[in-house]
Ligand binder design. Sequence first.
Ligand SMILES: Nc1nc2c(ncn2[C@@H]2O[C@H](COP(=O)(O)OP(=O)(O)O)[C@@H](O)[C@H]2O)c(=O)[nH]1
Ligand SMILES: [Mg+2]
Length: 150
Amino acid sequence: MVATTEAPANTSALEAKKVVVVGSASSGKSALVQRNKSSLKIWCCGGHERYRALLEQFFVGASAVILCFDMLSTQSFQELPFWYNEFKRNSPDALAIIVGTKSDDADSIKVPVQDALKQAKEWSVEFRAVSSKTGMNVTELFDHVMTNLP
Ligand SMILES: Nc1nc2c(ncn2[C@@H]2O[C@H](COP(=O)(O)OP(=O)(O)O)[C@@H](O)[C@H]2O)c(=O)[nH]1
Ligand SMILES: [Mg+2]
């Protein structure tokens, strides 16, 4: 019998992948990460929004970048190009996806899905509207990331 130290292939391979979540403050990044039930290791940029000098470190080795904005906040959508540019500058080979959060609060939505789709098309990335409150589309989002990792 041959002893092996290899862990089951799929899970460990995914855990080795770094997925980072970025976006403006209070856009719902932490809530989204808490909803992650996949085997992906997700890094949330926490307070790093305020310490942009640390951002480069944060992106090192990222396989996927989740670009979050708050669908209830026009400002958060306006800040998305900043995060996209950081992704392009630091992790250009990573998978990127735009995620509109808080889609459960339909009456308060300030950023039309159409605008997000237009931006996604311009950047050649996908867009998902999610809710960490209800869980809507969250599993689908992480499945998409897992199956499309470079
Ligand atoms: N309605 C709604 N509120 C959310 C959702 N996700 C986060 N929030 C709220 O948005 C605020 C900021 O969320 P947080 O995850 O801390 O944002 P972060 O600063 O990007 O990590 C909190 O008050 C959350 O309760 C969501 O899916 N729906
Ligand atoms: Mg947070």
